[in-house]
Ligand binder design. Structure first.
Ligand code: SF4
Length: 605
């Protein structure tokens, strides 16, 4: 009887534990949306000892929950050392013990088994197809771990690694992408009909000519000066002066320098970078070449989310064509300049688009922003001078090279020359992507898009890290500084015009909720502050808020903005703060039992 009860107890306890495997290889699990697919433990200079401080991070990250880390005391002055406890097969070998090439396991034969423990399967980045059930069974048996755990890790395996295929983008962008009348097509002008990777067509339209000619006729310092005169500012969000960044990188003494194209386009409603890369990849390649030549870099990386599958494909085809043409991977005739470009497709994560988090990811770590200074132009990738530029910034460079800095300076606003791509949506007649001078107002831009609808009552610019503006501000210029003065941020240039049917409070909440879910976790104000703030805003949205909640939300939002390590935390609270600034009555309408939402769209009708 006792034996029977014990048996039942064992059966029930197994029924209640979390299942860690699926029917491998027919069924595969999926990693969480925010996974970067990168599980790495780097080694010390001896090439054997892991750089491990027993932080237990790998324990938490392992998809199969197969790692158990225990630590033992190290001698004074040394770091804690790592002792793979209960999960030896999937953990790195202990310092001092025999190392094992994972390849030793990849045999389905019945020969003698290797004597030592293997390294982390997930960190090894071998070909997923090699991990047959028989190989996995062999590994599990030799190392004394559950077969279910090896299968669990293997079932995620094809999603691991920097080039892991993420989900492909199902959404299509609006067909309309036009340069407004009277505006020079600085960025959209390179869009050729036909195959975007046809280098002959791009060259026939003047592509690469001006840039390569400048290499022969100008010094790098002169080109940096030219870009400084143009007044070009980064189109990714920060709006930093491109020429100033280039000068820093040019003046830095270093054995290697890098140019990185940041094509990680995480902002809500934004698709401009994808449109550029899919329709005119050569413009971006040409822009990268110009930047590389100016600062003395020989290597470039395009950092792009793998969900942009079509953009990746066209970019790679364009790079191959440029290589064939002798523009990449070999000295360009008459200039001695040699440059190569690698495309790094990564799973999507909003924080990964922050320029220093991006560098961390390329170096094999989690996408967490670095503390600055030093800035990447002095100390970037692997501690070397690095220029990180947004796709749109790079795509504007060929026009400047061909037409001159002073011509570019004549377009747009005094402190923000040039054109900008605006992704216009919501309460307008023809939503789409519009290229317009940076001194145009929303009113003027909307006229080019067929006009605002009658119920347009607000606009959300640069979501989720930007802010709302009221109709009274529809005629201010859409440049970095004018938008910053409203408390917002132009960010990647998205503009959602809000009609009567949308609740501002709910929309501010959605932006906050999304940003909170994307915090990388490095700093407390963003990681925890946004969650507490969301609880307060949820109370307001649900009709359970008080006047004190409004004041508390405002105070906490300011604290988050002041204390966050990077721009993502500062941006997370902008929709709420600008919403409270321009639409305070709408927030008050949600307060207390008598609260009512005028839009009729949110929970409080
Ligand atoms: S603000 Fe802090 S938690 Fe948020 S993304 Fe930046 S570093 Fe990470």
């Amino acid at each position: 009887m006792i034996g029977l009860l014990k048996g039942l107890q064992a059966t029930i306890s197994h029924m209640l534990t979390r299942k860690v495997t699926v029917q491998y290889p027919e069924e595969r699990r999926h990693l969480p949306e925010r996974s970067r697919g990168l599980i790495r433990l780097r080694l010390r200079d001896d090439g054997v000892t892991p750089r491990c401080i027993s932080c237990t991070f790998c324990e938490q990250t392992c998809p199969g929950t197969a790692i158990k880390v225990s630590f033992k005391d190290s001698k004074p002055g040394q770091m804690m050392t790592f002792d793979a406890g209960a999960g030896p097969m999937l953990a790195w070998v202990r310092p001092g013990s025999q190392t094992l090439e994972l390849g030793d396991w990849l045999s389905e034969g019945d020969g003698p088994l290797p004597p030592a423990r293997g390294s982390c399967l997930a960190a090894s980045l071998i070909d997923a197809e090699t991990l047959t059930p028989k190989v996995l069974a062999r590994m599990a048996s030799r190392n004394g771990v559950w077969l279910s755990q090896t299968f669990a890790v293997a079932s995620y395996y094809d999603q691991l690694g920097p080039g892991a295929p993420g989900k492909t983008e199902a959404l299509e962008y609006p067909e309309e992408y036009v340069t407004v009348e009277g505006c020079p097509p600085v960025v959209l002008g390179g869009f050729a009909a036909g195959d975007p990777a046809d280098i002959g067509a791009y060259g026939a339209a003047g592509g690469f000519r001006a840039t390569v000619e400048q290499f022969a006729s100008m010094t790098p310092a002169e080109l940096v000066e030219e870009i400084t005169i143009s007044g070009l500012r980064g189109r990714g969000g920060g709006g930093y002066l491109t020429g100033a960044k280039w000068r820093e990188a040019l003046e830095a003494e270093a054995p290697r320098k890098y140019v990185i194209c940041n094509a990680s386009e995480g902002d809500l409603d934004s698709y401009k970078d994808r449109v550029i890369l899919e329709n005119s990849p050569f413009r971006v390649i040409e822009g990268m070449m110009a930047a590389a030549w100016a600062i003395g870099a020989r290597e470039g990386i395009v950092y792009i989310e793998s969900r942009y599958a079509r953009a990746v494909e066209r970019l790679e085809a364009a790079i191959a064509a440029a290589r064939e043409e002798g523009l990449l991977d070999a000295p360009i005739e008459g200039t001695g300049f040699e440059f190569s470009i690698t495309v790094l497709a990564v799973p999507d994560a909003y924080a990964g688009g922050e320029e220093t988090a991006l560098l961390e990811t390329i170096e094999g770590r989690r996408p967490m922003p670095r503390v600055r200074p030093p800035y990447p132009s002095r100390s970037g990738l692997y501690g070397l001078p690095t220029i990180v530029e947004n796709v749109e910034t790079l795509a504007a460079l060929p026009w400047i090279m061909a037409n001159g800095a002073r011509e570019f300076q004549q377009i747009g606003a005094e402190h923000a020359p040039g054109t900008r791509l605006f992704a216009l949506s919501g309460a307008v007649a023809r939503p789409g992507l519009y290229e317009a001078p940076m001194n145009w107002s929303l009113k003027k831009l909307a006229e080019a898009a067929g006009g605002l609808t009658a119920d347009a009552r607000a606009a959300l610019i640069g979501a989720p890290g930007g802010g709302f503006i009221s109709p009274g501000l529809f005629d201010i210029p859409l440049d970095f500084d004018s938008i910053a003065e409203t408390g917002g941020n132009l960010s990647s240039g998205t503009i959602r015009v809000i009609g009567d049917g949308t609740c501002i409070v709910q929309l501010a909440r959605e932006c906050l909720s999304w940003s909170a879910s994307q915090a990388c976790g490095k700093c407390v104000p963003d990681r925890l502050g946004t969650r507490r703030l969301l609880e307060i805003v949820d109370r307001i949205c649900n009709g359970k808020g008080t006047e004190e909640d409004l004041a508390l939300a405002q105070e906490l939002a300011h604290d988050i903005a002041d204390g966050s390590l990077c721009g993502l935390g500062r941006g997370a609270v902008r929709p709420l703060l600008t919403g409270l600034e321009f639409f305070q009555q709408e927030f008050k309408d949600h307060i207390g039992k008598g609260g009512a939402c005028k839009s009729g769209r949110c929970a409080l009708k």
